[in-house]
Design a protein around this ligand. Structure first.
Ligand SMILES: *Cc1c(COP(=O)(O)O)cnc(C)c1O
Length: 358
């Protein structure tokens, strides 16, 4: 083996699903599998979660919904498309693939009603903007949205919103968004409600409502942007050492000033790089692991990474280096690259060979 290997541990995914189900109390989990299942494969991920009991999924784009519908081929699973009807021409495609748009404005509600035809009870969800200022009907238009949905006879499956500060449990904006959501939800008596993604699910019973939409924590990312002890790594990225080299104090590795040796040391040159999805900026503080022992990253170039072998004196060419996994934790890798776990996952590229493991 001379290239990087990405193992996707579906057993760990199922474990995380069960952990989240417990955290969510009695709320239904509707997994988010946008961006090809956070880069890990929306179809195998959704199939495995279906086997665990999931009956509804979220994607972002219409094309993602179409691909998932074609693969699942099962109209009993509901697939919500977060983009909704931002493009009015999407209506026919949404209908053809039996997708449920998450409508984010009064115009989108009107557009979906017109496309569906009078009294058709076409399914939809409504997104209420409680402060994030991305998509969604403003709270002040919730009554108008409810009136139009009712007049058109649409089948309202879910009223949802999204939290901006859920990774910071003590942040006052969580309670602010919660109360705005409750106020807006009053316009939709009897509707199923959803406010929380992964992080929100951990904020307590008031934030759970009927449906929780977990993404990152299913894939092993902690709800507060740091590792959570109950969640397992789903993505395991490994690559072999190609060469072991001795570098004298003051010598360098890689391009420019990326790394200069503070002392005489040994480095391992590893067959992976940012072309496999290891974020280039992570070389400053990220650690890889060899047989469970830490090997700090020294450089990250397109095809090659160098790691410091000071604590791994036995390491030899051919040994596997864990760049992401049960030791090189997703949230630590993200922090080292000054980003979030979500970005670390979606950057994993197709160059690494993929293996799905139960
Ligand atoms: C991406 C997304 C989610 C999932 O968020 P995670 O942080 O990955 O759990 C849920 N809801 C909406 C609206 C999203 O855009």
């Amino acid at each position: 083996m001379t290239s990087a290997r990405l193992t996707i541990d579906l057993g760990a995914l199922a474990h995380n699903y069960r952990v989240l189900a417990r955290v969510a109390g009695g709320a239904e989990l509707a997994p988010v599998v946008k961006a090809d299942g956070y880069g890990l494969g929306a179809v195998p991920i959704a199939r495995r979660l279906r086997a665990e009991g999931a009956r509804a999924f979220f994607v972002a784009r219409l094309s993602e919904g179409e691909a998932l519908r074609a693969a699942l081929g099962d109209r009993e699973c509901e697939i919500f498309v977060l983009d909704g009807l931002a493009d009015p021409a999407a209506a026919a495609r949404l209908q053809a693939a039996a997708l449920t748009p998450v409508l984010g404005s009064l115009d989108e509600i009107d557009g979906w009603a017109a496309a569906a035809g009078a009294g058709s009870a076409a399914p939809c969800a409504v997104h209420i903007d409680t402060g994030m200022n991305r998509l969604g009907v403003p709270v002040g238009q919730a009554q108008a949205a409810a009136a139009r949905l009712a007049a058109a006879g649409l089948d309202l499956r879910l009223v949802m919103s999204h939290l901006s500060y859920a990774a910071e449990p003590a942040h006052p904006r969580n309670a602010e968004q919660l109360s705005r959501f409750q106020a807006a939800a009053a316009a939709f008596p009897g509707a199923r409600l959803s406010l929380s993604a992964s992080a929100g699910a951990f904020l307590g019973p008031a934030f759970r409502f009927d449906v929780v939409r977990p993404g990152i924590s299913l894939y092993g990312g902690g709800p507060q942007e740091r590792p959570h002890p109950d969640l397992k790594a789903v993505a395991i990225l490994e690559a072999p050492i190609l060469q072991v080299r001795d570098v004298a104090a003051g010598q360098w590795a890689g391009y420019g000033a990326m790394f200069s040796a503070p002392r005489d040391m040994r480095i391992g040159v590893v067959a992976a790089g940012y072309a496999d999805g290891v974020l280039r900026t992570s070389h400053r503080t990220a650690r890889a692991f060899i047989g469970g022992r830490p090997a700090p990253l020294a450089i990250v170039t397109m095809d090659l990474i160098a790691v410091d072998l000071t604590d791994c004196p036995q390491a030899a060419p051919g040994d596997l280096v864990e760049l992401l996994g049960p030791h090189a934790l997703l949230d630590d890798c993200a922090a080292a690259a000054d980003t979030v776990a979500h970005e670390c996952l979606v950057r994993l590229s197709s160059r690494a060979e993929r293996i799905y493991r139960d």
